[in-house]
Design a protein around this ligand. Structure first.
Ligand SMILES: [Zn+2]
Length: 295
């Protein structure tokens, strides 16, 4: 009897190439509910193996429901940690004010579009100084956003399709992505859509769970950044900067306070260069990607 063929994978059902470098060899870091969180051997990108299309994401994994389920699970398992987390949160500036402060660090006025705008509460705040638009996949959240911002400003549907089909290229000064990219099964396409929508010199600002945080190392699968399968990409500062660069966007210097591994959130901003980027007209396959190893 001959031996089974060897494979570079420790998970037999590899269906999703690395979203950063497209290679297949990877190692499983965590497993839960039939899903594997894996790390790419080549570039260290951490992501959820498997696939999910936009329809399933919209119909079976509405963020309102998935968020409530995960919070309930965590509250049951770690009630004290959750209680402490709520106390700490009260000492911080209000969430939308923090998001706006991160945005106005780079741009103070102009046209702004929010990827994955949720219920529109950030856009309602940003509308004080920007001409705002939003894209949202969840019909329930999009309806809430329409109530706040106005029907004409909220576009509903799969982000990459809406962004590429319903807005002209080079029409925005700012693209905000607060809690979007970890949900996007095609994160590179999401960043490429941001590149397309931005004017030259325009800026995108992102917030996503920080896989390099110390808290993730301590808490393991109970880390607040894990929402499985809602969060399908787990970025470190290095892998997110690498993907932004690959999309033609220049990562901007990160303030010291935002670069500490004590933070569960990864903040990063990137700029569309003033000069045209030739790479978008070249094939992506085979492009060399380098990222520092994660902790
Ligand atoms: Zn990779």
């Amino acid at each position: 009897m001959s031996a089974l063929p060897t494979t570079p994978f420790d998970h037999p059902q590899v269906t999703r190439p690395c979203p950063l470098c497209e290679s297949l060899p990877r190692r499983t870091l965590y497993q839960r509910d039939g899903w594997n969180i894996v790390r790419c051997d080549k570039c260290s990108m951490v992501f959820l193996d498997g696939q999910m299309n936009y329809e399933t994401q919209r119909d079976d994994h509405d963020w309102i429901d998935d968020y409530e389920k995960e919070t309930a699970r965590r509250t049951q398992k770690h009630p004290l940690v959750l209680a402490l987390s709520k106390v700490v949160k009260k000492t911080r500036p209000e969430t939308n004010q923090r998001l706006l402060a991160q945005t106005t660090r780079w741009k103070r006025f102009g046209k702004l579009i929010d990827f994955g705008c949720g219920d529109g509460s950030f856009l309602a705040r940003a509308a004080q100084q920007f001409d705002v638009f939003g894209i949202e996949l969840s019909p329930r959240l999009a309806e809430r956003a329409r109530q706040k911002i106005g029907a004409a400003k909220i576009h509903e549907g799969p982000l990459t399709e809406v962004a590429n089909n319903e807005f002209p290229a080079g029409s925005f000064d700012v693209v905000t992505q607060f809690g979007y990219i970890e949900h996007e099964w095609q994160p590179f396409a999401g960043l490429a859509a941001a590149y397309r929508l931005l004017k030259h010199g325009g800026v995108t600002i992102l917030k996503t769970p920080n896989f390099a945080s110390w808290n993730r190392s301590v808490m393991g699968l109970d880390w607040c950044g894990f929402h499985i399968p809602a969060h399908c990409n787990y970025f470190t500062p290095a892998t997110l900067a690498a993907m932004l660069s690959r999309a033609g966007l220049e990562p901007l210097p990160r303030p010291f306070a935002d670069s500490l591994p004590t933070s569960d959130s990864l903040w990063i901003a990137a700029r569309k260069p003033d000069y045209p980027c030739a790479f978008l007209e070249t094939p992506l396959t085979g492009k060399e990607i380098k990222a520092a190893p994660t902790t």
